[in-house]
Design a protein around this ligand. Structure first.
Ligand SMILES: NC(=O)c1ccc[n+]([C@@H]2O[C@H](COP(=O)([O-])OP(=O)(O)OC[C@H]3O[C@@H](n4cnc5c(N)ncnc54)[C@H](OP(=O)(O)O)[C@@H]3O)[C@@H](O)[C@H]2O)c1
Length: 316
């Protein structure tokens, strides 16, 4: 049998990369092998990937030489940056540049770049509907990712531009789930008005990415958004009520109110939700549920995800 084509997966111990790595490793007939990138090859998560059959390799996306080594001999790569580890769009842009240049130098045949919209194309800096943040961004954790898209294109790296959706896992890990109000009732607080937002089980992002790699040339040069469902705050609250067995009310606040919540990144996320709300058609049309399901037949709906995860959501 011909040797398998190596996919280098950055962030392999995290949500997106972990999903990509497991999707490939769990398919015993896969044409691909996984090179799982981590800064700590001895961690529990790295060891678990090795046990599934991954080649676990140390690299840091802030160290260009280590990226070059990680891509040597590979067919493709899943490239993702980690905004919430440092809150710096400039750093994300520099990391994307290093990955694009290394992908070019290694002659990769297929890169998936996990990007998001550069929201400034729709909300210029002088648009006062939302504040400008960090001097030159509207949604810092989106904008530099989108700005970096051209680096891959201009270098001629065969790239699929993957736009992820809001992870439903944020309800577990990011403190965004329903919370008890002073009246003892549960409230889901989001500044989405009555607009639908694309969401997804984070594990499904990686499964969709595997579907993209399996299609070979077909999706190179294309932007592919992935989503499990598009739901309003009201619809999510109703799904929570059913899954938790207790009523959850949708608390629709303004983006201004959300930005003022004061936790680190509240202003960035307030702007993000406002972008999702005001440009719902732009965001939802690219995050196509049918295509996501075609790429990943196991794609979960919110109800299915909740049935498996509701008990893990902190409600206090
Ligand atoms: N949360 C959402 O709803 C959402 C939606 C769309 C897009 N995103 C974007 O998703 C990105 C994060 O992806 P994720 O959620 O998959 O991340 P994650 O689960 O936080 O995982 C990050 C992993 O990356 C590794 N890592 C961190 N810094 C690194 C570095 N300098 N070099 C190499 N590896 C590094 C860490 O592994 P080791 O410690 O093992 O090295 C960690 O396990 C963010 O940029 C965010 O904007 C998030």
């Amino acid at each position: 049998m011909a040797s398998k084509k190596i996919i280098t997966v950055f962030g392999a111990t995290g949500a997106q990369g972990g999903g990509v790595a497991r999707a490939i490793l769990q398919d015993s007939n896969s044409e691909f092998a996984v090179r799982a990138i981590t800064r700590d090859t001895n961690s529990e998560k790295a060891t678990a990937l090795a046990a599934l059959g991954a080649e676990v390799v140390a690299a840091d996306i802030d160290d260009k030489e280590s990226i070059n080594r990680a891509l040597q001999g590979a067919y493709g790569a899943y490239c993702v940056t980690f905004f919430w580890a440092h809150f710096s769009p400039e750093k994300e842009y520099a990391e994307a540049k290093s990955m694009a240049e290394a992908a070019k130098a290694a002659g990769l045949q297929h890169v998936i770049w996990s990007t998001l919209e550069d929201t400034r194309q729709w909300v210029p800096l002088d648009d006062d509907r939302m504040p400008t943040l960090q001097g030159k961004y509207k949604v810092p954790h989106f904008d530099a990712k989108g700005e970096a898209d051209h680096l891959f294109t201009e270098l001629g790296v065969p790239t699929t531009f993957l736009r992820a959706s809001f992870y439903w896992d944020n309800f577990i890990y990011f403190g965004m789930g329903p919370k008890k109000g002073p009246d003892g009732k549960l409230y889901l607080t989001l500044p989405m008005g009555d607009k639908k937002m694309a969401g997804i089980a984070s594990e499904d992002i990686g499964k969709c990415a595997y579907g993209i790699f399996k299609r070979g040339q077909e999706l190179i040069g294309k932007t592919v958004g992935v989503a499990g469902e598009h739901l309003t705050g009201q619809e999510m609250a109703a799904a929570f009520s059913k899954a938790l067995g207790q009523e959850v009310l949708y608390n629709s606040v303004s983006p201004e109110t959300f930005r003022s919540f004061g936790f680190p990144g509240a202003d960035d996320l307030g702007n993000m939700f406002q972008f999702y709300r005001d440009f719902d058609e732009v965001c939802n049309s690219v995050r196509d549920v049918s295509l996501s399901r075609a790429l990943n037949p196991e794609l979960k709906s919110f109800d299915v995800w909740l049935a498996e995860n509701a008990a893990r959501i902190p409600l206090e």
